[in-house]
Design a protein around this ligand. Structure first.
Ligand SMILES: Nc1ncnc2c1ncn2[C@@H]1O[C@H](COP(=O)(O)OP(=O)(O)OP(=O)(O)O)[C@@H](O)[C@H]1O
Length: 629
């Protein structure tokens, strides 16, 4: 640590958080409020469930609801947050890194069909495939897509003034997509090359729908450390990531997984692309239909009500072979329910460890398949290991019901949204050292993601988990994706509205890590002010709120702005009023920020994504070493 730098230790923060408010779980099933480390002190009268069907139930048993009504013994008494003993951080435990998800390379001409698409793939290559195409798309994996449902036609049109604008954007994609067209012409395909033009903007990375059947991620020393990794989109199929990373292929022998190294220290991009490789991308991208609007949301600008693409049941069944059973866990309580999964608190019957189980939300109909956002989330989280990123240990399932699949995560007592809400009710504010501690952890996590070529794309307070020790961990990687250099067009419909960067609101499709940094700026403002900074009701209102505080941008401060075609509000506000919102001093109780804190906030909330501060630079900002601030 640099001389003079403030040691904003998590333990220090813990003292503060205990003093202030403790943490709060924003679920309706028993707030765990201000418990400090003794968070399990409450003990309810109740009993365990040992009956399989009652315990975790299955869909046919009405999983969840009936169980909620029963009393369960809260075994959290004496729980220790993994990695801590009496407030002292223990050496990080090796994570089990065997994801059940792998793309079987043997099946040829696999046809994957989901509701809205048909995908054809050619035979898949050996673990480390040969040279890539110029576009970075592996020749062997070209797809065919139902153009009627593709995102370019279905989603990207929003925010465009007219069809000519839309066409212009599509034209911009031709270069990317033509390369696929060329490739696909040599492969079995039901569509002409022209059809590829209309493919989803995020599908240029599609490297095939592989049969999922075996463990994929495995590593003895899996830390993806801070060194900058090669871009997964750099056009090289096998990209060396790190000496520490071992990519392995596995062969499933029916009873379990046998794991063997693929290629020493190399990391195959074809594996790295995982769910993206399915070519079936985001929660709301490709072939999905947006069925809600921003205005629908009453809460924190949650916007996505998406019909999601899924891996057909047969495949999800295959990929889950070898998983442990969910009945090896004891149900404790429901924690929360997000759009894409219900999260439960549970106890590993074998080890006694308290964990969080996120149940993957399958389709409405039984057999609808496995959501690809969940595949992506599992693969990313199981390959990452960082104190500021929630750890996923394994995937378990109900062997009686292949539609009941759970991610086993480290358990965190609260999320930042809940804590902030609780503090607001109590009219409490975080003190500045707490804000710094949280911001540092957040930035460390974001830097780690960006160093490893992942954009989270949905950073917001409810996706930041907190432990009672003051640890912060980023969760919910369902929207995240790998990016590369040069940038490729992606959907602009990402990031919950209130945290969404202006370039996304203006419809840019070539964005990068800067979108996460904007979200970090919004979160920093919220930590200081205790309420979200820009609380728009829909996209145009969101932009309006931003313009009102930061001033209406122009080409001078944001070169290239006028090329963005999104609809913008008719607000001419020439001044940046952010300092008024966060003065250095206040007699009327406004949230205050010292000069260096304000400088960092301003750099995070910079309009031009090129000039917006990076996570790495933010971590070096004076604010973190300024004792007085
Ligand atoms: N590991 C965990 N430990 C404790 N609580 C968790 C954990 N993971 C998630 N939660 C709780 O569950 C909530 C929903 O989780 P998550 O965001 O992963 O689900 P989601 O369905 O993807 O949500 P969203 O609607 O934001 O997309 C979180 O806001 C948090 O309160």
């Amino acid at each position: 640590m640099a001389a003079g730098q403030v040691d904003v230790l998590r333990r220090d923060f813990y003292k503060h958080s205990k003093r202030q408010n403790g943490h709060y779980r924003n679920d309706s099933h028993g707030a765990e409020y201000g418990r400090g480390r003794d968070h399990g002190a409450r003990r309810k009268n109740g009993y365990h469930y040992s009956s399989k069907t009652r315990d975790w139930g299955s869909r046919r048993d009405g999983f969840g609801s009936r169980i909620e009504e029963r009393k369960v013994e809260d075994l959290s008494k004496g729980d220790k947050v993994a990695g801590y003993e009496d407030g002292v951080r223990l050496p990080a435990e090796k994570k089990r890194k065997i994801s059940p998800i792998v793309w079987d390379r043997e099946e040829k001409d696999v046809r994957v069909s989901s509701k809205n698409r048909v995908v054809l793939v050619a035979p898949l290559p050996s673990p480390c495939p040969p040279a890539p195409s110029s576009s970075g798309v592996a020749c062997h994996d070209v797809l065919d897509v139902d153009v009627s449902k593709c995102a370019v036609s279905g989603v990207e049109i929003q925010g465009f003034d007219n069809l000519a604008d839309k066409a212009a954007v599509e034209d911009g994609l031709v270069g990317e997509l033509n390369s696929q067209t060329d490739l696909s012409s040599s492969l079995p395909s039901e569509k002409s090359g022209d059809d590829c033009r209309q493919e989803n903007v995020e599908e240029e990375e599609f490297v095939g729908a592989r049969n999922i059947s075996m463990s994929r991620w495995a590593s003895d020393d899996e830390t993806l450390d801070d060194s900058r990794r090669s871009s997964p989109e750099s056009g090289e199929i096998c990209t060396e990531l790190s000496g520490e990373v071992r990519a392995r292929s596995s062969s499933f022998d029916g009873d379990g997984c046998s794991v063997g190294p693929v290629s020493g220290n190399t990391y195959c991009e074809s594996e790295l692309l995982d769910a993206d490789s399915m070519g079936i991308d985001d929660k709301q991208d490709e072939n999905t239909s947006v069925t809600g609007s921003d205005a629908d949301s009453e809460d924190d600008g949650d916007t996505h009500h998406i019909e999601e693409t899924r891996v057909p049941t047969q495949r999800s069944t295959n990929m889950l072979q070898g998983c442990r059973s969910v009945y090896e866990f004891e149900y404790l309580k429901k924690i929360n329910e997000g759009t894409y999964g219900v999260v439960y608190k549970a106890k590993d019957r074998k080890t006694g460890e308290i964990v969080a189980l996120k149940k993957v939300k399958m389709g409405v109909e039984k057999g609808d398949g496995f959501p690809l956002s969940s595949l992506r989330e599992i693969n990313i989280l199981m390959s990452f290991n960082h104190p500021s990123v929630v750890g996923v240990k394994e995937v378990v399932m109900d062997e009686d019901d292949f539609d009941s699949v759970f991610m086993v995560m480290e358990y965190m007592e609260s999320d930042l949204k809940g804590v902030l809400e609780a503090m607001k009710v109590k009219k409490q504010l975080y003190c500045m050292s707490e804000v710094k501690c949280l911001m540092r952890q957040l930035l460390e996590g974001v830097k780690y993601l960006h160093d490893n070529w992942v954009i989270h794309r949905d950073l917001k307070t409810s996706n930041l988990l907190l432990s009672n020790e003051g640890e912060l961990k980023i969760c919910d990687f369902g929207l995240s994706r790998q990016y590369g250099s040069p940038l490729k067009p992606y959907t602009p419909l990402v990031v919950t509205l209130w945290y969404r960067a202006p370039e996304l609101l203006l419809g840019t499709m070539k964005y990068s890590t800067a979108i996460d940094m904007w979200s970090v700026g919004c979160i920093m403002a919220e930590l200081v002010a205790q309420e979200a900074l820009f609380r728009g009701k829909n996209e145009i209102d969101q932009l309006g709120k931003i313009f009102q505080i930061l001033g209406t941008p122009n080409d001078k401060i944001w070169p290239g702005l006028t090329k963005l075609r999104g609809v913008r509000p008719n607000i001419k506000q020439p001044y940046n009023l952010l300092r008024k919102k966060f003065p250095a001093r206040s007699f009327i109780g406004s949230p205050v920020l010292c000069d260096s804190g304000f400088d960092l906030l301003n750099k995070l909330l910079t309009y031009d994504p090129e000039k917006r501060i990076t996570a790495e630079a933010a971590l070096k900002h004076d604010w973190f070493s300024n004792l007085a601030a």
